[in-house]
Write a protein that binds this ligand. Structure first.
Ligand code: ARG
Length: 461
């Protein structure tokens, strides 16, 4: 029966329950065009080894081209009786090339080496799409940093006011992890750039086919060094799922901040109407659903990774059908990122920042205390003493219910004679930020250099 790749040694067909469990066409159809590309390359390897004449090869390629066009147009689809994409496409090939020629293609290959190759082709293509969308997000964040070169916000640790920082510095702090994710994708590709095709079921082929021929035609640099590893390993899939999860986590941390910044209590940002949502009951609401979905979907991306690793744990070599469970999670990770990243980038690009509100809050919560302590160090006070003096200064300001800059000269001197009126020079957020000139610091010049370095690193990829 057409579309079935096995059966002769069986007394009858599979039970309907088995067929229902075994079926994978509803998700592996995403690999159809890669399967056909693999078939073209494999046909050439068969011809090179003398198993197809020139005429047969031309007929085979022609039929595969027609089949691909029919898959793309939707006129060829998986049938109820097809177990998987490979069986369906062999059925389609035989319908187009005839049983004699169509029946020759399967020589020397197995669904085990096919699937291991196809999932790499799929992931390598989508890694490219995800990388583009990541770059668009980095660009959107960097453009906001560029547009706000002097705005100062309260920098936080433990979510408490810590030290003032440039808004641009904080925004760029979200770009660097995303840049490393981009670099992770590029590095992942070095390992994904190996074709398992030719590994056969697990032991290789007796037919003298050249795996490198197939590999090169499919855009891989190399073919598997070990046919068992070629068919059984899925670390490349798991590693991709990790990078996807890390991207999700990195976006989620920014999402969480945007959600906070968008509250009335913070009041740091306003979301563009096109990138926010309303409530079905509360007419006044404007919600940050993009950020919330991005944060929520990070959990899903982590789940895909952990599910996959759990499937792999304890699997003996070589191929086991459990390995079919790699595709739905990693396809889901791909699809999730491909919709999250553009929405998130659009939200970021259209964010309006309320820099007055940030500036108002930046000096509050004694955020200039470290500046006072370091000013004392510059007067050659040991830091341990400087920390103590400044701590007492904070305590007296807190007792008086004022900020550090509100203290009078007398009040300063009462804490310590070392606190001369000159200390006021560091009691502004602008002075604080401008003085953090060390490499990687938040001084405006350093941040401008940082933005240039980031842009350079993204372009170099
Ligand atoms: N659908 C399988 C998978 O995704 C590939 C086919 C291998 N099937 C088999 N019975 N050996 O891994």
């Amino acid at each position: 029966d057409e579309g079935k790749l096995w059966g002769a040694r069986f007394a009858g067909g599979p039970s309907p329950e088995l067929a229902a469990l075994s079926k994978s066409t509803h998700f592996d159809w995403a690999l159809a065009s890669y399967d056909i590309a693999g078939s073209r390359a494999h046909a050439r390897a068969l011809a090179a080894a003398g198993y197809l004449s020139d005429v047969e090869l031309a007929g085979m390629i022609g039929a595969l081209d027609v089949l691909e066009a029919d898959v793309v147009s939707g006129s060829f689809v998986a049938a109820e009786s097809d177990e998987d994409v490979h069986g369906a496409l062999e059925r389609g090939l035989i319908e187009r090339a005839g049983a004699e020629l169509g029946g020759k293609l399967r020589a020397g290959r197995s669904r085990n080496d096919q699937i291991a190759t196809l999932v790499r082709l799929y992931l390598r293509d989508h890694a490219g799409i995800i990388a583009e969308r990541l770059i668009a997000l980095i660009d959107a964040i960097a453009a906001q940093a560029d547009a706000h070169p002097t705005a100062i916000m309260p920098g936080r640790t433990h979510l408490q006011h810590a030290q003032p920082v440039l808004l641009a510095h904080h925004l760029l702090a979200h770009c660097w992890p995303l840049l490393r994710d981009l670099e992770r994708l590029a590095d992942w590709d070095r390992r994904a750039n190996v074709s398992p095709y030719g590994s056969g079921a697990l032991a290789g082929s007796t037919l003298g086919l050249d795996p490198l021929l197939v590999a090169r035609e499919l855009g891989f640099a190399d073919s598997s060094e070990n046919s068992i590893d070629g068919t059984a390993a899925r670390d490349v899939v798991a590693e991709f799922a990790f990078v996807a999860a890390q991207i999700g986590v990195d976006v989620s941390r920014f999402a969480e901040e945007i959600i906070l910044w968008n509250t009335r209590e913070f009041g740091f940002v306003t979301l563009d109407d096109a990138y926010s949502t309303g409530s079905s009951i509360m007419p006044q609401k404007k919600n940050p659903d993009i950020a919330e979905l991005a944060r929520g979907k990070a959990g899903r991306l982590i789940g895909n990774l952990t599910g996959l690793l759990t499937t792999l744990k304890g699997l003996p070599l070589a191929y086991n059908r459990d390995l079919q469970e790699d595709k739905e999670p990693v396809f889901d990770s791909v699809q999730t990122l491909e919709v999250v990243l553009p929405a998130f980038a659009g939200m970021v690009a259209t964010l309006r920042f309320h820099t007055d509100r940030m500036a108002e809050l930046a000096p509050q919560g004694f955020s200039l205390a470290t500046d006072v302590a370091e000013w004392l160090v510059k007067q050659h006070v040991p830091f341990r003493n400087a920390h103590e003096i400044t701590g007492s200064l904070v305590k007296s300001a807190e007792d008086l219910g004022v900020e550090l800059s509100d203290l009078t000269d007398e009040q300063l001197a009462a804490v310590s004679p070392l606190l001369t009126p000159e200390v006021r020079s560091v009691l502004t957020v602008e002075g604080s930020v401008a003085s953090r000139t060390g490499a990687g610091g938040t001084a405006p010049d350093r941040v401008a250099e940082q933005l240039a370095a980031l842009t350079e690193r993204v372009r170099a990829l």
